[in-house]
Design a protein. Structure first.
Length: 140
C-alpha cells in the first residue's frame, strides 16, 4: 500500500536505514542544514517516487545530493534521476564529497543562493494593493 506521497513501508524503512548509516559528508552537510540554520526546513533521506533524496526542502521543492566516487560511474542513472525529480517540480543541486569536505563555505553560499532564488517574494503576492492610503477621500 502506498501513501498519497508515493511512500511505501519499504521506502520508509530504506530512508530510515540511510539516516542511521549516513556518510561523514552527509553528516557534515546535515549539521549545517538542520534546525533551519541556513533558512527553511530540510529533511534528510526523503523518499520521492522511486528515489530517496539526501536532503529535501518541501517549502521550496529543493533537493540536495551529496555524490561519492561511485556517482562518476553512474552518471546516466543520476541524469535520469534528476530528470524525474525536475519533472516533479523539484530543483536538484549536487555536490561531491570533496566539495563538502574541503569547501563547506562555498557549499553553504551556493545553497543560500538557491534558497534565495527559489523563495517567493512578498511584494509579488499582492502587487494589486496601493502603496499607501487607498481609503476614502474626505469631502469637506
Amino acid at each position: 500500500m502506498t501513501s498519497r506521497f508515493g511512500r511505501t513501508r519499504l521506502k520508509t524503512e530504506r530512508a530510515r536505514e540511510l539516516r542511521r548509516n549516513q556518510t561523514l559528508f552527509e553528516a557534515k552537510l546535515w549539521a549545517m542544514l538542520r534546525d533551519n540554520r541556513i533558512g527553511p526546513a530540510f529533511r534528510r533521506q526523503h523518499p520521492v517516487g522511486p528515489f530517496i533524496l539526501d536532503f529535501y526542502c518541501p517549502d521550496l521543492k529543493l533537493g540536495i545530493e551529496v555524490d561519492g566516487a561511485q556517482h562518476f560511474e553512474q552518471q546516466a542513472y543520476d541524469a535520469r534521476r534528476t530528470r524525474y525529480l525536475n519533472a516533479k517540480g523539484i530543483h536538484v543541486i549536487r555536490f561531491t564529497n570533496g566539495d563538502v569536505l574541503k569547501g563547506m563555505e562555498a557549499v553553504s553560499e551556493i545553497i543560500a543562493r538557491e534558497i534565495e532564488a527559489l523563495t517567493p517574494t512578498r511584494s509579488a503576492a499582492r502587487s494589486d494593493l496601493p502603496l499607501s492610503g487607498g481609503g476614502f477621500t474626505s469631502r469637506s
